[in-house]
Design a protein around this ligand. Structure first.
Ligand code: NAP
Length: 286
């Protein structure tokens, strides 16, 4: 419960845990295990860690988890053939290509080969188009979906609110702006070419920052009582993770704030699991 005048730290771990618990009960009741295929075709350390975490969560939930790891010799053609096979495989309900890919591979072409009904990340143009048209995508991108779920879990009203989203990537910024617009918020989408960012953020009831620029959002950029959602993750030299927001100072001004880590991050993985389950239902509805 929110105490008047005191900041509330949004606990993403707790909300994600409760989402995963509910999901486990639902999955336990199914005749068949939903299947998630993850393709890792890059050497990047963080990507390996993310894929291992996705595998661990899938197994813990009782999903069928298939991870395909490739070295640099993988070709565009082989990857496309694998995706065609997975599209036809009834044991697999969700297909995820971990980005980025090796530089010789064409990301856009590969993502478009995934069947929109198995596009568990919601990156296929059909799902992106449905999101922007206010229609129901087969799957909504995990991080933006997780952000809206977090706001709703804390009963933060969205309708009529002024929201400033900072960052316009296809993975976070643009889809979260679309989702919040669909929730009847008034959304400003800012980016690195935005002039005088502070002028925008000062008017915001809700700030969602997704830039990867450490401590971009300072206390004097935030209106008293605003809700601050920090999506950014940057690794410091000492190995600690920090967000886009100057947390220690902004928490004295905000009404709600997400920490990094432990805010948006856990929701992303929980939503990936939920998307796999929902795609299973979609593909198995009688
Ligand atoms: P991205 O593709 O690099 O996009 C970053 C966006 O931020 C771009 O639109 C860029 O503007 C904008 N930007 C960068 N510096 C800025 C500045 N000083 N002022 C205003 N805008 C600025 O990154 P992404 O994939 O969206 O990820 C963003 C951050 O979120 C990263 O730290 C990433 O690690 C994190 N992330 C976290 C999760 C999670 O689960 N918690 C999931 C995904 C991503 P331009 O378009 O003009 O270049």
């Amino acid at each position: 419960m929110k105490i008047r005048g005191k900041v509330l730290i949004i606990d993403g771990k707790k909300v994600a845990f409760s989402l995963l618990e509910d999901l486990k009960l639902k999955i336990d009741k199914l005749d068949k295990k939903p299947g998630l295929a993850v393709i890792l075709a890059n050497d990047d350390y963080s990507s390996k860690v993310y894929v291992a975490s996705k595998e661990k969560h899938s197994i813990a939930l009782g999903l069928k988890s298939c991870v395909y790891r490739f070295d640099k010799s993988i070709t565009q053609g082989k990857l496309i053939s694998l995706i065609h096979e997975l599209n036809e495989n009834p044991e697999i309900n969700g297909i995820l290509v971990q980005l980025p890919l090796y530089s010789h591979l064409c990301e856009r072409e590969i993502l478009e080969v995934i069947s929109p009904k198995k596009d568990v990340d919601g990156f296929h143009p059909v799902n992106v188009g449905k999101l922007y048209a206010g229609l129901n995508p087969y799957a909504v991108c995990c991080t933006p979906k997780g952000i809206v779920k977090l706001l709703k879990a804390y009963k933060i009203k969205l309708e009529g609110k002024n929201v400033v989203v900072i960052g316009r990537s296809n993975i976070v910024g643009k889809p979260v702006a679309a989702l919040l617009t669909n929730e009847n918020a008034t959304v400003t989408l800012a980016h690195s070419k935005t002039k005088n960012l502070k002028e925008h953020t000062k008017k915001a009831d809700i700030i969602v920052s997704a830039t990867g620029h450490p401590k971009l959002i300072k206390a004097d950029m935030v209106k008293k009582g605003a809700v601050v959602i920090d999506v950014g993750i940057s690794r410091q030299l000492d190995g600690r993770l920090i967000g886009d927001v100057d947390f220690e100072k902004v928490k004295d001004i905000a009404s709600y704030i997400t920490p990094v880590p432990g805010g948006v991050g856990p929701m992303t993985i929980a939503c990936l699991m939920e998307n796999t389950y929902e795609l299973y239902l979609l593909q198995n509805k009688g």
